[in-house]
Design a protein around this ligand. Structure first.
Ligand code: CA
Ligand code: CA
Ligand code: CA
Length: 512
């Protein structure tokens, strides 16, 4: 490092040169060349700055010479070795030449790190504590050399501190029966959890999640996509346990198992709980037994017809269809979506009021394929409607403008032009240039032009005869405000506009 210090003042001065983040404390600069100052002195960086005394109207060149400014290599193999109640333990590989390490933590990946340790760590492990459970923390480690230089960051790791469940179960009831009906759910189902030193505290345990689910009889629920889960609510303390409550709404007759599951790390991992608890693991024989019966109505609703898009933009794709009928009653419509024609479709909505849906979970520029099907009050489903596709972008409008002009126009031998915010339309038109965009003469009193542009685009414009000296005027030769227009898709994407110019400036009967 080299520093040039100059004092332009006629008074002696001491400069404080900030070096924090550039040169570590303890580095020594030597005064190697001076104008009006003596050389040879050593000055040490302290408190993140270098203090340099200068004579009036003088200069001094300072350099670190052979001082070590090169950090070691970055630490490698940073790992999370354990995650506990508010804790994350880390380890990493020792770095050759390192005299210590600093650990940095962030709540977002890739940046925002803050140093965690107060003084450099001599070992290659660190236990972070006082963390929020079920929240992700991101770590990197840097090595320090004996001169205090800090290396680049290690690989980043993520730690997820969490509680450990000691015991949990499906508490009650051991059996359920249910008749298919969109208006009803099953009876309440309860589950309990014990975490030593935690659940005995009054009230719900932060970061403890519970879900009730059901699936095929005799199946293992762990990671089984045939099981369906609903969030359970904290129901109160039951002795030293936290108790949860939830209910189910099966949609098909049959026999099922049901169980609780619990997570303390935000749903990353689940523990599956049966009637006799988790101590001996989960067994289907200890699952709750659910019997779902038909209501007697097994006739499906009619298939919805005429599915169509009402609008499509980056903000959403709006769908509408014709209502279905059913022997009992239509409960609603499932809107199914796919990224490819013909499916497979995923349900994006259950519409229980009306026959329209605005899908706002779209990505700009993406194309989606939709069908809808009707559901009756016994969860019988119709066939799929016709498929429609739509792209989540603004549509192109064809704008046909016809302008009626004064009968005096031809005699001017000038061309009718349009000027305005035409740069907002397709075609690269200029803004407000009365010489640039000509209309086509239809007959003595009609001229026309066609533009294209995106729906919802707003423009302002005026007509002229190729010059602002011949701009349009009102019926009494007064100035008029800008015409305004918003591009609208309408029924077919073509918008027809008819304007009338009353007079031109500098054409009788108008003067300037
Ligand atoms: Ca509690
Ligand atoms: Ca068990
Ligand atoms: Ca029916």
């Amino acid at each position: 490092g080299v520093i040039v210090a100059i004092n332009r003042s006629t008074q002696a001065r001491t400069l404080s040169i900030p070096l924090d983040g550039y040169i570590p404390n303890g580095k020594v600069f030597k005064a190697i060349y001076g104008v009006g100052n003596s050389t040879g002195a050593n000055i040490t960086v302290a408190s993140g700055a270098l203090q340099v005394a200068l004579q009036p109207l003088s200069g001094l060149l300072l350099a670190t010479g052979s001082t070590d400014l090169n950090p070691t290599a970055a630490p490698k193999n940073l790992k999370v070795t354990s995650e506990g109640n508010g804790t994350v333990a880390l380890s990493w590989s020792a770095v050759s030449g390192a005299s210590g390490y600093n650990v940095y933590r962030s709540v977002v990946a890739g940046g925002g790190y803050v140093k965690v340790n107060s003084s450099p760590l001599s070992g290659t492990t660190f236990n972070d504590s006082g963390l929020e459970n079920a929240r992700s923390y991101f770590y990197v480690v840097k090595a320090l050399d004996s001169a205090g230089n800090e290396s680049a960051a290690s690989n980043e790791v993520v730690g997820l501190p969490h509680l450990t469940i000691d015991w949990a179960n499906l508490q009650w009831p051991p059996t359920l029966s249910y008749t298919l009906n969109t208006a009803n759910r099953t009876d309440n189902v309860y589950g309990q959890v014990y975490i030593a030193g935690v659940t005995n505290a009054s009230g719900a345990t932060p970061s403890l999640m519970a879900q009730l689910g059901y699936g095929p009889s005799g199946s293992n629920p762990a990671g089984n996509s045939a099981w369906q889960w609903v969030d359970a609510s904290f129901n109160g303390d039951a002795g030293n346990n936290d108790e949860f409550v939830a209910s189910l709404q099966p949609e098909q007759a049959g026999s099922y198992d049901y169980a609780y599951r619990y997570s303390t790390n935000g749903g990353k991992d689940w523990i599956y709980a049966d009637l006799d608890g988790i101590a001996n693991g989960y067994s289907a024989a200890q699952a709750g037994k659910l019997t779902v019966s038909s209501s007697g109505d097994t006739a499906a609703p009619s298939t919805p017809a005429n599915l169509h898009t009402l609008s499509a933009s980056p903000a959403g794709i709006q769908l509408a269809w014709n209502a279905s009928t059913d022997n009992a009653a239509v409960y609603g419509y499932e809107v199914l979506r796919s990224s490819s024609s013909g499916g497979p479709y995923t349900r994006v909505a259950l519409v229980t009021s009306g026959t329209e849906y605005n899908d706002t979970t779209v990505t700009e520029g993406a194309t989606y394929f939709y069908v809808v099907r009707a559901v009756d009050t016994s969860f019988n489903r119709s066939g799929n409607s016709n498929q429609v596709s739509a792209t989540a972008q603004l549509r192109t409008i064809t704008l046909n403008i016809t302008v009626t002009v004064p009968a005096t126009t031809d005699a001017t031998a000038r061309t009718v032009t349009i000027a305005g915010f035409l740069d907002r339309l397709d075609g690269g038109y200029p803004q407000w240039d009365p010489t640039a965009v000509s209309l086509t003469r239809v007959d003595a009193t009609h001229w026309r032009i066609t533009f294209t542009g995106k729906e919802s685009t707003q423009i302002e414009y005026k007509y002229a005869l190729s010059s602002w000296d011949y701009v349009e005027k009102d019926g009494t030769c007064g100035e008029i405000g800008n015409r305004q227009l918003t591009l609208s898709y309408g029924s077919n994407g073509t918008q027809n506009v008819n304007d009338t110019v009353e007079n031109w400036r500098n054409v009788a009967p108008c003067g300037n």
